[in-house]
Design a protein around this ligand. Structure first.
Ligand SMILES: *Cc1c(COP(=O)(O)O)cnc(C)c1O
Length: 372
């Protein structure tokens, strides 16, 4: 067996212990003679599995009693619509901070539903390479939405905006459980699981109970109403059973490795190792500004990304990037191609990525820089 170091932005690497545990239980889970994939979601065998996953979410994220934990489908992208449908009720007005692609998509969806959107701040002026400081927010908004970690741009909030009585909503798809987060500061948190928690297929929503309404915007489908899922323990229809099971295993792995605090230590070690190298290199540089840098997604460019637009410079830049990705892949370091909006390379170093993986990447980068 030969495993690679997988730097994919999502779906992404999972802890090997988890993959092995899933393999061990593939033919017979807990003496049931079935795989979890084959179980009825309403069976006695499955019940403790979803209960265990919820219990671990609550424990590891320190979720207060007055919040519901929901396992939904449709990805984080469906939340872009569910949030305005269920929360933009009083004034049909919401505030967003625009920090990149995912914020823009969330904004577009709210507008599509007829919600008045105030974009309070945007970092588009600098190609989204920083997080604007909007520390205090007030107004007649039904909610405020932020993208806490920007997977594509490699930026991350190092503060939580103060919104007073206005519910704060955050997309934490690519940073959930990467470090401790005070859930009580938020009205709603959501995360597609395929970055840091599980394989693709489930979206975790943590919502304060008073935000779960009987009467969302007129015409809201049953499946897009939080109350439907909260009243039915995420079992109104068939939930993504197997993914919820794997999430439980990942959460147990996080717990065994020191919980959110343990992940923070592990992640800062990795991120600092990589940023340190980038900041001291004359061949590479990180694209995100200090003070806004993600500890999960690290986009970087080489010295051949000069911004020059003449044909020769563009060709050289492409040649080097392609070569980097190709040679890295051959060395067992995969999925390092940057997002087309940033260019260059991106290393996603989620919880499951080891410090050894990051060290192997830096070693490769050093060799590559010397030869090019
Ligand atoms: C990946 C990602 C999304 C989209 O998630 P889907 O589950 O594919 O809909 C949204 N927001 C952020 C921050 C992401 O990283």
């Amino acid at each position: 067996m030969s495993r690679v170091y997988n730097f994919s932005a999502g779906p992404s690497c999972l802890p090997e212990e988890v993959l092995k545990a899933c393999a061990d239980e593939m033919m017979d889970c807990n003496g049931t003679g079935q795989s979890v994939m084959e179980m009825s979601h309403r069976s006695k065998a499955y019940e403790p599995i979803i209960e265990n996953t919820e219990k671990l979410v609550r424990e590891l994220m320190n979720v207060p009693e007055n919040y519901k934990v929901l396992f939904l489908q449709g990805g984080a992208s469906t939340q872009f619509a569910m949030i305005p449908l269920n929360l933009a009720l009083k004034n049909k007005k919401a505030a967003y901070i625009n920090t990149g692609v995912w914020s823009k998509k969330a904004i577009a969806e709210a507008k599509k539903l007829g919600v008045t959107v105030d974009v309070l701040a945007s970092s588009e002026d600098k190609g989204f390479n920083y997080i604007p400081k909007v520390e205090k927010i007030s107004g007649d908004y039904d909610y405020v939405h932020i993208t806490f970690n920007n997977t594509i741009m490699g930026t991350h909030y190092e503060y939580i905006p103060e919104t007073g009585d206005i519910p704060l909503v955050a997309d934490i798809s690519s940073c959930i459980l990467s470090e401790p987060l005070d859930v009580s500061k938020f009205g709603l948190l959501y995360a597609g699981a395929q970055k840091n928690l599980a394989p693709a297929g489930v979206t975790l929503v943590i919502i304060r109970e008073d935000l779960i309404t009987e009467t969302p915007l007129a015409g809201t489908p049953t499946m897009l109403t939080y109350k439907t899922h909260s009243d039915n323990g995420s079992m109104f229809n068939t939930p993504p059973c197997y993914t919820i099971y794997v999430m439980g295993k990942v959460l147990q792995w996080i717990k065994d490795n020191g919980g959110a605090e343990g992940m923070k230590k592990r992640n800062y070690e990795k991120a600092e190792y990589l940023y340190n190298y980038l900041d001291n290199s004359d061949f590479y540089h990180a694209t995100a500004q200090k003070g806004s840098r993600s500890i999960m997604n690290v986009p970087f460019l080489t010295k051949y990304s000069t911004g020059a637009t003449d044909e020769a410079s563009v060709a050289k830049e492409k040649e080097i990037n392609d070569k980097f990705v190709k040679e890295a892949t051959a060395a067992g370091l995969v999925n390092l191609k940057g997002h087309r909006l940033v260019g260059g390379m991106r290393a996603s170093i989620y919880n499951a990525m080891s410090l050894d993986g990051v060290k192997a990447l830096v070693k490769f980068m050093q060799d590559f820089a010397e030869k090019n």
